[in-house]
Design a protein around this ligand. Structure first.
Ligand code: HPA
Length: 245
């Protein structure tokens, strides 16, 4: 079964039918919300709204461990994450879809591993390629069938939030090689790897990052909302193809 984690602007998936909700508890506490089980076409899907159905949980307050644990517990075989980002690279304009292939983690203080506690063996996962190659190909194929252009590859810089970045922080991220910036990609991707769940992220550029392009003088929240409203239908079409593929 495919799991889909929806981010800002995607608390519900219109393509999901015959839905039922189930509350799942985990040793790490409660996930962001009840899980929604349903079908896209004939394909079973479980959906989780990362910020809760009412968009009330900030990026640094999300219980990423409970979310990933719950998805594995109910039988998810792989995880497609949808995440909104700011565009740093020149071609990452609002409305553009990006399938990153690398991550730089700038977060701090998040519960970021299943492998802690006195009773645990020290465990190091390989994270050279943070996103699952086969799942990325599946998403690229899905986008092609849906007729949606996707930038194949890019570095996702994950900041702590919930505030947006300063212009100087974005210059630094750019120097580091980041193409897009978001707040939720980590530890989500690493926990999926620890849990043995293939994971890929489809990023929706909601705005030019701070100090860039139209955000030279600041970032307008109402414009972010307008871009997300306009883009999530396209994301839904890609996800529907991905569920079928
Ligand atoms: N920065 C960080 N996270 C984001 C942004 C941004 O500019 N836009 C959407 N999520």
């Amino acid at each position: 079964m495919l799991a889909i984690i929806g981010g800002s602007g995607l608390a519900r998936l219109a393509e999901l039918h015959d839905t039922r909700r189930e509350i799942v508890r985990t040793p790490y506490g409660d996930p962001s919300c009840a899980l929604t089980f349903g079908r896209i076409g004939a394909h079973p899907v479980v959906f989780l709204a990362r910020h809760g159905y009412g968009h009330t949980i900030a990026p640094h307050e999300i219980n990423y461990r409970a979310n990933l644990w719950a998805l594995r517990e109910v039988g998810a075989g792989s995880v497609l994450a949808v995440a909104t980002v700011g565009g740093i690279r020149a071609d990452c304009d609002p409305g553009v879809l990006v399938l990153p292939d690398q991550i730089i983690d700038y977060t701090s203080g998040r519960r970021h591993t299943f492998f802690d506690g006195a009773d645990q063996q020290v465990t190091h996962i390989d994270f050279t390629a943070p996103y699952d190659a086969a799942l990325r190909v599946r998403l690229l194929e899905a986008a092609r069938r849906a007729g949606e252009a996707v930038i194949d590859g890019g570095v996702y810089g994950c900041t702590q939030g919930p505030r947006l970045e300063t212009a100087a922080e974005i210059v630094r991220l750019e120097r580091d090689g980041c193409d897009v910036v978001g707040m939720t990609g980590m530890p989500e991707a690493a926990l999926a790897r620890e849990a043995g769940l293939p994971y890929a992220a489809l990023c929706v550029v909601a705005n030019h990052a701070a100090g860039k392009g139209a955000s030279r003088a600041g970032i307008a929240m109402d414009e972010i909302r307008a871009v997300l409203d306009a883009t999530m239908r396209r994301v839904g079409r890609v996800l529907a193809q991905a569920a079928a593929g």
